[in-house]
Design a binder for this molecule. Sequence first.
Ligand SMILES: [Fe+2]
Length: 368
Amino acid sequence: MIYLPTRVFFGAGALLKAADHILRLGVRPLLVTGRSGARRSGALDDLTVVLDRAGLAWELFEQVEENPSLETVMAGAEKLRECGCDYLIGIGGGSPMDAAKAISLAAANALGRDELYQTDKFRSSFPLVAIPTTAGTGTEVTQYSVLTNAKTGIKAGFGHDLAFPRLAVCDPRYTLSLDPIVTLNTALDALSHLLEGIYSNKRDPLLYPLIHSGAKAILYHLKPVLENPADLNGRSELLRASLYGGITIAQTSTTLQHSLGYPLTTTLGLPHGLSNAIVMRPVLDLYYPALQEELDALFAVLGLGRSEFYAWLEDLPFETSLDLSADFIEKSVGEVLGSRNMANNPFEISAGQIRDIYRGLRCLIPLL
Ligand SMILES: [Fe+2]
């Protein structure tokens, strides 16, 4: 079963094609962004031209940090109510788009800070347009919002059909200004999503053509884009892979791989995509015996074997250096076991297996 209530516009000039649909959503949008990406990408300028020409009075909330906090969401919801906005446009990487989803739900349902994960209280949401400026998260086509509780330091998501964006506007030109480290990390987040569509106990053969095609796009285009950031065709392929990864996890959810990555982000400050990249090989090793047929079908499409896939990963411009302390590992094992994504693993994962993966990590930090 596939459910995707988001209207997707893809390709150079996608915003202009989507403009009529955007303008029909309301009269006063709240633009939700981080501090720089939306401007640097050119997406914010393009959007405000469209809104200004239509005579819409828009408001800007540009306080979303990386790994957005519950406090930021509450501040955004307050701004939406104060300004009388009637829909939202999230522009940027995963953080502004995820924050926009949570702001929409918090404001529409008058939720308090501690109610943001209480999905049984979700009755309505404001329409949301998602405009990605990175190629990795796929959140423009998912029902998930991942937030960080600054008090506990725990990163966790919620998922609800009311959080699906109404429109996704995916223009690869908005990713041309990404630096190589962000390009690398976000592409590996997308690759994680695609692999997790196979790992998940909600895997669906209907999704395999998307998964295979998305993974192939990353395999063939990531390194050329790192060498030539202006490669628009390569950027487009990476954005398509990210979109497919989002469509995939909207159906299958993420798994152990994301659960293992969250503590690396919240405790050590590693970017989300890098955290996934670090655990990609040991998770694949753990799952391979149970999913050999499905994974071999993927490798056949990629035109390489598992060891060659690992060689491709090894050859990415990361260096190895990260020493996880025993304290970190013990604290994180509990956090991983308590993570929502763990319900989607293909088989039960033990504390010992989590500990072994953390202990055995050959850690990767970008060299670029
Ligand atoms: Fe992710």
